[in-house]
Design a protein around this ligand. Structure first.
Ligand SMILES: C[S@@+](CC[C@H](N)C(=O)[O-])C[C@H]1O[C@@H](n2cnc3c(N)ncnc32)[C@H](O)[C@@H]1O
Length: 285
């Protein structure tokens, strides 16, 4: 059975992330298989379940290059990252934020080191409106400055804790498509998929994309991969919105309805409740 990381049990996400799973942790952990070898999380985002489980061997992946750059920097050079964040903490203001934000508009970002890019990314998510990551069609960050009174920008303790976890355990970091991230999964491994959700209003023929550019073709690729992994003896768990489309796609798997619905829209005024499902390739008793 997989042992968990025990030296520093208080791992928590480094950044807020839309779709973060902290509120669903209880339901997710209750549905984990009793035993598994390696842990794979191909849509890791803020990594709520990863940090809660703190597995000894894991492959984590996200298509977002800024996010995976951050994890790489935490693994390799945490002290430099903290020093850079302390500078942002010192200078934090709306003007300072807007100036740093514009680095992807005037090309300055191309000259940034990995550490500078990671620190800009963390800083912006700590102080921007609702902690959202959003870029326009040109890939330029466009979220306004938020209204936090004392945002904790340089969280040294947590960065060092996550660094130790990445270094002392076997954590592989990838920045690719979810399918590539699963290529090495074998029998008895566990894969947890938390994809961009199927929109609630769409029909089975939907063609629109979520803001992550994740459309029906991707949902179908994911469904096929889910059953392919199952065939290979891999244990698979997946979360998604509770829609007729989701239920149809996964009708031959085990679908668990999450009873407590939660807010998914990060824009406060549009906050709505949505049902979610957790789908497993295995029976859970
Ligand atoms: C719902 S979020 C995951 C939230 C995460 N479980 C957490 O607790 O923060 C979905 C993630 O999928 C990523 N993503 C979108 N398309 C992807 C793809 N084709 N392959 C891998 N990751 C992708 C997004 O960048 C985003 O971080």
């Amino acid at each position: 059975m997989l042992k968990t990381f025990t030296k520093t049990p208080h791992l928590k996400p480094v950044t807020k992330w839309v779709g973060g799973k902290r509120q669903l942790l209880k339901e997710l952990t209750a549905l984990l298989p009793a035993e598994y070898n390696r842990y794979f999380e191909p849509f890791v985002g803020g990594g709520a379940l990863l940090f809660d489980l703190a597995p000894q061997t894991a492959v984590i992946n996200d298509l977002n290059p800024e996010l995976m750059n951050l994890y790489q920097v935490i693994k390799d050079t945490p002290d430099q990252l903290i020093a850079c964040l302390e500078q942002h903490q010192l200078h934090n203001s709306k003007d300072y934020y807007l100036e740093l934000r514009s680095a992807d508009r005037d090309g300055r970002i191309d000259q940034f080191s990995m550490v500078e890019r990671a620190a800009r990314f963390v800083y912006m998510l700590k102080v921007d409106f609702n902690g959202i990551y959003r870029v326009n069609s040109k890939g330029q960050f466009n979220v306004p400055y938020g209204r936090y009174v004392h945002p904790k920008i340089a969280d040294r303790e947590n960065i060092i804790t996550v660094h130790q976890f990445f270094k002392e355990q076997q954590i592989t970091l990838l920045n690719s498509d979810f399918a590539t991230a699963c290529e090495t999964a074998t029998a008895h491994d566990l894969v947890y998929f938390d994809p961009p959700y199927i929109p609630l209003t769409e029909t089975a023929n939907f063609t629109s994309y979520t803001k992550d550019g994740f459309g029906m073709a991707d949902q179908l690729r994911l469904r096929d991969l889910f059953f392919d992994l199952k065939q290979r003896g891999v244990q698979v768990m997946l979360s998604n919105s509770d829609t007729p489309v989701t239920r149809k796609l996964y009708q031959s798997a085990t679908i668990h309805t999450v009873s407590a619905s939660r807010a998914i829209n990060s824009v406060g005024s549009k906050r709505g409740k949505v049902g979610e499902v957790i789908i497993t390739s295995y029976d859970h008793s």
